[in-house]
Design a protein around this ligand. Structure first.
Ligand code: GLP
Length: 256
């Protein structure tokens, strides 16, 4: 795993995403507040530097179950509002799990099939929940899980109530999320975490054991994972000196 500790996580993340966009690769997108600055930086590059997403397609990580697509807080709408409507990606090629499906059990398998049929995800962007979840794979998720229906952890409901007028009762209880096994099939994983609230989860992700109680720790099993942190999120890491040294002495990489 490559650990990058930086004052400008959004610039590092945008540089990585840009290299995949320029090659017309398939992007895995994430919602949540963390990637917003990265999306803003990509939109700036699109407007000011001609960065194009016209050759890309995208798959979203997860979706609430039961919210209509046009609900402001559905991830279908959120990713369009925060990113894809502002760039030149073909809207028909921005896919997300179908949270409106009458059969959410089969909706997960269909989503995995759609990813497979598109040739897989080349770069998957990830945030991390304060309890160590990625996508909506809550603690206890199988490390081999596929896209499926999940019940949210009460902590995630509390965390996400801020997007629903602070009212926990409005937060859907169920979601469809790419599974940990699905996420591990992407070619490159790029996780961004910022702020002291993520410190504990980041320490477990990077330096804890691979364990279902910290779903993000599956990144340790991936051959190409990049974790971009600000100083606050990285503050609990014991091995910081090595991460900085390894980055400064990084061997050149061929291709992706
Ligand atoms: C939600 C999303 C995750 C995201 C997490 C953290 O639960 N499903 O994909 O990583 O929130 O969100 P934030 O970046 O707002 O802290």
């Amino acid at each position: 795993m490559e650990i990058v500790i930086t004052d400008r996580p959004e610039v590092i993340a945008a540089d990585i995403i840009e290299s995949y966009a320029r090659a017309g690769k398939t992007l895995g997108l994430a919602t949540g507040s963390t990637p917003v600055k990265t999306y803003q930086e990509l939109i700036r590059r699109h407007r000011e530097e001609g960065l194009s997403f016209a050759e890309c397609r995208a798959f979203l990580l997860d979706e609430y179950v039961g919210l209509p697509r046009e609900h402001e807080q559905s991830y279908y709408r959120t990713i369009r509002r925060e990113f894809t409507d502002a760039v030149d990606i073909d809207d028909a090629l921005v896919a997300s799990p179908d949270g409106t499906s009458t059969d959410p059990l089969t909706a997960g398998a269909s989503y995995d099939a759609a990813i497979r049929n598109a040739g897989g995800i080349d770069l998957q962007l990830l945030g991390i929940g304060s309890d160590g979840h990625i996508g909506f794979n809550e603690p206890g998720s199988s490390l081999a899980s596929r896209t499926r229906l999940k019940t949210l952890h009460p902590q995630t409901i509390r965390d996400n109530a801020r997007f629903f007028d602070g009212d926990e009762d409005q937060v859907p209880r169920h979601v469809l999320t790419q599974g940990l096994g699905t996420i591990l099939e992407a070619g490159h994983l790029l996780l961004i975490a910022t702020g002291a609230g993520k410190q504990e989860a980041v320490t477990a992700l990077v330096e804890g054991p691979v364990a279902a109680w910290c779903p993000a720790s599956v990144l340790q099993l991936h051959p190409h994972a990049t974790v971009v942190l600000d100083a606050a999120a990285a503050a609990g890491l014991k091995n910081r000196e090595y991460y900085r040294f390894a980055l400064a002495n990084k061997p050149a990489r061929q291709g992706f």
